[in-house]
Design a protein around this ligand. Sequence first.
Ligand code: HEM
Length: 135
Amino acid sequence: MDKQVIDDVQSTWKIVEGIAPQAAALFYTNLFEADPSLKPLFKGDMTEQGKKLMQMIGAAVGKLTALDVLVPILQGLAVRHTAYGVQEAHYATVGGALLKTLEQGLGPAFTPQVKSAWTEVYGVMASVMIAASKA
Ligand code: HEM
């Protein structure tokens, strides 16, 4: 992950944080549109869930230069996700919903370079989580 990728993701996440509640709501709309069968996995209040998701993505984005700290956090998150009934294939669906949300939320700031940076960063996060869920 080179510095430009990290810079692009961190600077665009700051924009998303300014519209965090709307972005979270949009994310779940996109996710359930992509795969309505995921709905029953979510048992709690979706506003709270959205806050937790945004906080965790924010924490992860802030730690892209400290992967030694980030990786164990993602591994713990992955183990909990297995207990929520999350399966490997769901990570791609969530990635697609996240990218779509970023595109909608960032508008013109979602350049091809930014898209590719987020694709790379989500890909790294998802592969760490998938590997941990198989361990
Ligand atoms: C980078 C990827 C992901 C991040 C950062 C993330 C973040 C979170 C966070 C912070 C929570 C709160 C509970 C906890 O910390 O254990 C959570 C819960 C949850 N996530 Fe994720 N998640 C990711 C991927 C996924 C995927 C691929 C799915 C599949 C549909 C998913 C479904 C769920 C469900 C079902 C819950 C529990 C909801 C409940 O308790 O009702 N997540 N996620």
